[in-house]
Every structure is written in C-alpha cells, then in structure tokens.
Design a protein around this ligand. Structure first.
Ligand code: HAM
Length: 421
C-alpha cells in the first residue's frame, strides 16, 4: 500500500508556537503574573469548552461573536463552543463555585487561548491568547481606575510606548437604553449613507455602527454630537467624573471617545480600549470595562465587576525590541568515548538535581560537533570528559565567553560549576 504522502497543516488562523516565540511568551507571562501579584490578583483557569448558551446570554445574541464567530462542538444533545472570551466563563465559574459567598470581593487573573472564527489577518487569529483580569463584587470607580492603571503598568513593564488609552462611559442599563434611543433617532435619516452591515445593525445592535471601520459610516458617526450629559444619570455622571479625576491624579494619559462602545453587550459605565499605531487595521492591544449587570444576568446577585484582556499576539507585535533571551542551557557536557559517556551522563543527572540547566549530546557527534552544539545553545560552560580526564578523575572546564580552560577535580564537580555560573 502506498504510504500517505499528505503533510498536515494546522487549521487556518491557528498557529504553532515554536520555541523561540514560546520563550518570549513565557517572559511576557511571567512579567504579567508578577505584576498581577503586586496588585493583589489571584490565578483562575476555566475550561476551553463552555455551554454555547452562556455566550448567547452574556455577549448578546446579535453580537458578531455569537452570530458569526463561535466554534461549536456538538456532543450528543449538548452544544458546546470553544470559548471566544473568558469574562463570561469566569462569571459562570464565580457563581457555580459560590465564590461570591466565600468572599464578597475577588480579584482574578487568567492567561489562555480564546477562539473566534474570524477572517485571519495581521494580529487577528482564530486561536489567540488573552492575558486578562476580572475584579468582581464592587461598584467603586476607584476599581475602574485600578484596572486601567494596571493595564497601563503592564504595557510600561513590557516597554511598549506610543499606545493610546481611549475611555468612555456607556452609563447604567437605563442610560444605555437612553443612548440607544438617541443613536436611533440621530441615525434615522442618515441610514442611506451607511454600509449594508450598518443598515442591519441599526435594527439589531445600533451601538455597533459606532465602531464600523467603513469610511462613510465613520463620517456619519463623527457628526452625531453625542455628549455624556444627555444620557448619563447623576450617579453615572459622578462615577465617570471620579474615574477621570483619579486617572488624572495618577498621571495616566487617556483620550475620551464617545464613539467607543465595545462589541459585547455586557458592558455598562466605564469602557476602554488601548490601541497601538504599529498594529495596522487590528490596532487594539487590549480592552475592557465595567459589566455591572452580567453577574445578575447569569443568575447571581446584583454585583458590579470590571476587567480587561490583552491579546498576546498583539503585544508581541508591539514589543520592540523583543526581549533578548540568554541561552537556557548553562552547561554542556562534552564526552569522548563510551566510558566518558557513562560518567558524563551520571554527572548530567546530578547537576540537574542541583538545579543547574545542562545538557549533552545524543546524536553520537564528534568532538567538533559537540562543541558546535554547545556554541549554538549559547552555554556558559563546557565540561569536557575524555580518557585522560577519567584517568586523572578530573574534568576540563571551558568558559565559552573568555575561551579560558582549567581542570577541576571530579569530586566537588557540581559545587565548582555552580561557583562559575
Ligand atoms: P475583546 O476586545 O473582544 O474583549 O478582546 C480583548 C483583546 O483581545 C483585543 O483588544 C485584542 O487585542 C485581542 N483579540 C480579540 N480578538 C482577537 C483575534 N481574533 N486575534 C487576535 N487577538 C484578538 C474581551 O474579550 C473582553 N472579555 C475583555 C474584558 C475583560 N472585558 C472585561 N473584562
């Protein structure tokens, strides 16, 4: 029978993360985790599959994600989906595990893959990763400021500059309805100028018209003369004022954008988006906001919450220069001959137990080949073991940066190595 010749590819819009990028991502994740800890956030992780009904309820049945972008998985009578975002899943987990009863206020962070069946392009994938936070159980405007300042701090730590934070307030549920009516009224006689999608959005989700990328639609929405005073109630106006005042006091630069509505239905009050000019058409590095009705919408008590998520692939596009990674392996053991190989293998095992990152050859390479491999791995030290060394019970150490060599005793080998790293 003829051997199968087909080479399989990864699904469209889903890429393999190869070691070089893997290390950079690891650095990013480690840094983010360190900062989350400083701000008092604890880790949470939810399943990749969720009941698809969860997102219909939380994101809204007319949102792009629910209407077009969910990867559905049918299993007997149930329909799951690959999670398109984590906020809804975290609220589900919060309620299902009664976390709101254990602690009235909770700050969580997560890192993991999300899935949306979008048309792939630069910075837009079908499997992408979120680094995000959710703070659940408070209506305080100071929490909105903490969340925005945390996002800002992370970008500073990644040495990303030139980003812009846009903020807006959509108000409470009643204010949102008021804003919806204002939009419907002001767009009513401009419908002819809108693109086909926006004509549909006028009936299904009028807010989405505000972030349509079509130039003619943008021209229309630019001139809607919206103002917070016309739709925010006194309490939401006060919340909005406190948010702005405290962002100012922390010296966080932002731009107020009344067109910023975000594509998901759960948002209320403060919303924000962080864009970067190097990203091209998909210019949002991350985004978030308050979602004060979501917890009760999913069957829990009336509790406020706020969060954000960064897209890791977009962070990778904006981080320049990329973090320089030192060689992971610090010591390479070069062996000549069978006896030396046995001894070298035992030393490798011992060194690893002492926490030293080290490796050796598994391809029967020549001395030159082994040295080349050590060089490629950018190790700091090479430990050479041949008949000569075995006879004297020594090891020849080569410092790869200076090229200097010295002989050390096999006894106390790991201590001597550790001293030199
Ligand atoms: P989102 O705006 O849909 O918000 O996604 C957050 C970020 O994920 C975006 O700003 C972008 O950087 C990245 N992103 C989104 N879609 C893609 C894609 N197809 N390919 C690559 N990156 C992408 C949320 O998901 C909310 N859950 C954020 C949030 C948390 N709000 C409150 N808490």
């Amino acid at each position: 029978m003829k051997k199968e010749e087909r080479i399989f590819s990864s699904p469209v819009g889903m890429k393999d993360i190869l070691p070089e990028e893997g290390f950079i991502r690891q650095t990013i994740e480690d840094k983010a985790k360190e900062i989350f800890q400083i701000y008092g956030y604890s880790p949470i992780s939810t399943p990749i599959l969720e009941d698809s009904g969860l997102f219909n309820r939380s994101l809204g049945k007319y949102t792009e994600i629910v209407t077009k972008q969910m990867f559905l998985v049918k299993q007997q009578k149930q329909t799951f989906c690959l999670r398109p975002e984590a906020t809804s899943a975290i609220v589900r987990a919060y309620l299902e595990n009664n976390l709101h009863k254990i602690s009235s206020f909770l700050k969580l962070y997560y890192i993991g893959p999300m899935f949306r069946a979008e048309r792939p392009q630069k910075g837009r994938l079908r499997q992408f990763y979120h680094i995000g936070v959710e703070a659940l159980g408070s209506n305080s405007p100071f929490l909105d400021v903490e969340i925005i300042s945390l996002a800002n701090r992370i970008l500073e730590e990644f040495k990303i500059s030139g980003f812009q934070i846009k903020i807006n307030s959509l108000g409470c549920f009643n204010d949102r309805s008021k804003l919806k009516k204002i939009l419907e009224l002001r767009l009513k006689d401009k419908l002819k100028k809108l693109c086909l999608d926006c004509k549909k959005r006028y009936r299904t989700n009028v807010f989405r018209i505000l972030d349509c990328k079509n130039e003619e639609c943008k021209e229309v929405t630019k001139n809607l003369n919206l103002s917070h005073e016309e739709y925010l109630c006194d309490s939401c106006l006060e919340h909005w004022t406190v948010v702005k005042r405290n962002l100012d006091s922390l010296n966080i630069k932002y731009l107020i954008s009344l067109e910023l509505v975000r594509g998901l239905d759960y948002y209320t009050q403060t919303v924000f988006e962080i864009s970067h000019p190097d990203l091209g058409a998909q210019d949002a590095l991350g985004a978030g906001g308050r979602y004060d009705r979501l917890i009760s919408e999913l069957g829990g008590p009336e509790l406020g919450a706020v969060g954000f998520a960064f897209g890791v692939e977009r962070l990778l596009l904006a981080i320049n220069p990329k973090p320089q990674l030192d060689g992971q392996v610090k010591v390479f053991i070069v062996v000549l001959g069978e006896e030396a190989k046995k001894k070298g293998f035992a030393l490798l095992h011992k060194l690893r137990y002492e926490g030293v990152s080290c490796d050796m050859d598994y391809e029967e390479k020549s001395l030159k080949g082994q040295m080349r491999r050590a060089n490629d791995l950018k190790v700091k030290l090479v430990a050479l073991l041949g008949d000569n060394e075995l006879k004297k019970q020594t090891v020849t150490l080569k410092d790869m940066a200076s090229g200097s060599q010295e002989e050390i005793s096999l006894q106390g080998f790991s201590e001597e190595i550790k001293k030199r790293l």
